[in-house]
Write a protein that binds this ligand. Structure first.
Ligand code: ADP
Ligand code: MG
Length: 392
């Protein structure tokens, strides 16, 4: 298995290794890599026990490291002016809001599951855009778990490993996330998207390997200031709808049931449920369309998903709507939608490779004209999941 699949990744490893040598005065013994992700379709379905359909992106967190057997961990963040952090394995505790908490959280899961972790020195670098909804945090967590596997010479079942990383995010970052981010970072396969059933935790790989197709990610570089209540509010609206429909989760409800119960709930609750039920169906149909290499169908479902998130779930914003509309104006675009939790962040667009640059130019210019903000764009294929190796 080749761990390093492109030159920018090699450059990251080289940088991290140089920083490691400078700080610790020897070569690192272990390399671990774990990707960020983009969700192609299946938004706000996870906490309704439904389906999500992400792929790993060709952007990743990288750790180079060595065991130091001191009971102490010394960390360097190469992207933050080589900021250092250190902690002892004994009495490990969260440092919420600090980047080291993601690493600590994963160490704690290994300890809690009976795997003593030795002290170690590590340098972290990542090119997953930070805070853009592409899960730079999960990339760090899964990268850390992969590094520890190398230290211990063990391989944890990837789903188990992902669940430990999810727990790190809950307990050490204080973010009550679902299973998607850590699952795709741990289980991602090159040239595949991963359908995840958030109820059973079953996963299925679907080929996304056509060299004539690319996934374009556009960061609006815009985040509405929220009071944090929007996510909780959406969740409780979904619970309320499920209760009226007499099901445990909206995953279990059909559109016919919902329509029949329309006069038993207010309009907002109805629309929230309509999004979740339709999105769950779209996600499974999108996976099927990909199996048939029917990109036109996949793209239509993406646009439907966007409209549903905009009109029924109400988690889009004008900036994001502009990005989607501009992308869809260009020939060679199959579809585009908001991705991630909403209220800003990124869009994901399925596009013919030959049209990608035209789309980028068109979207960036139109977005600048309308909102006075620079969008950032990059294209990616479905990349591999986490991997680690001993160096030298
Ligand atoms: P997302 O996961 O959507 O990118 P989060 O807020 O969950 O956003 O995670 C971002 C946090 O992850 C940052 O605040 C920082 O603590 C940490 N992080 C991400 N990338 C890096 C990096 N390259 N170096 C150090 N810390 C990072
Ligand atoms: Mg995150």
């Amino acid at each position: 298995m080749t761990l390093i699949n492109d030159t920018s990744l090699q450059a990251m490893v080289d940088t991290a290794t140089a920083v490691f040598r400078e700080h610790f005065e020897h070569d690192p013994a272990v390399l671990a890599i774990a990707p960020g992700r983009v969700n192609l379709i299946g938004e706000h379905t996870d906490y309704n026990d439904g389906f999500v359909f992400p792929m790993a992106i060709e952007r990743q967190a990288v750790l180079v490291a060595s065991v130091n057997n001191s009971g102490r961990c010394r960390l360097v963040a190469a992207d933050l002016d080589n900021e250092m952090a250190s902690f002892t394995i004994e009495g490990i505790a969260p440092s919420k809001g600090h980047w080291s908490t993601y690493i600590k959280g994963v160490v704690a899961q290994f300890l809690d599951n009976g795997h003593p972790v030795p002290g170690f020195d590590a340098v972290l670098t990542s090119n997953v855009p930070l805070g853009g909804g592409l899960s730079s945090s999960a990339a760090i967590e899964v990268c850390t778990a992969t590094m520890i596997e190398q230290f211990l010479g063990i391989q944890i079942d990837p789903k188990r490993k992902a669940l430990w990383c999810q727990k790190a995010e809950h307990d050490y970052a204080g973010v009550p996330c679902g299973i998607m981010d850590q699952f795709i970072s741990a289980l991602g396969e090159k040239d595949h998207a991963l359908l995840i059933d958030c109820r059973s935790q079953d996963t299925e790989q679907f080929p996304l390997d056509d060299p004539n197709i690319e996934v374009l990610i556009t960061n609006s570089n815009f985040k509405h200031s929220l009071d944090g209540g929007e996510y909780a509010e959406r969740r409780s609206q979904c619970e309320a709808a499920a209760k009226v429909l007499g099901v445990k989760f909206l995953r279990d409800a059909t559109m016919d049931q919902l329509v029949a119960a329309r006069d038993q709930m207010d309009d907002v609750t109805f629309r929230r449920a309509r999004h979740v039920i339709s999105e769950n169906d779209r996600t499974q149909r999108a996976a099927d369309a990909l199996r048939r290499a029917n990109y036109a169908e996949f793209g239509r479902l993406m646009v439907e998903s966007h409209h549903s998130l905009r009109d029924d779930f109400e988690v889009s914003v004008p900036e994001i709507d502009t990005l989607v509309e501009l992308a869809c104006e260009v020939d060679g675009v199959y579809g585009s939608r908001i991705t991630g939790g909403g209220f800003g962040g990124c869009t994901v667009t399925l596009v013919k490779t030959e049209a990608a640059q035209t789309v980028i130019d068109h979207v960036m210019a139109g977005y600048r004209d309308k909102h006075g903000v620079e969008a950032t764009c990059f294209t990616t294929h479905a990349g591999p999941g986490a991997r680690g190796t001993h160096l030298g």
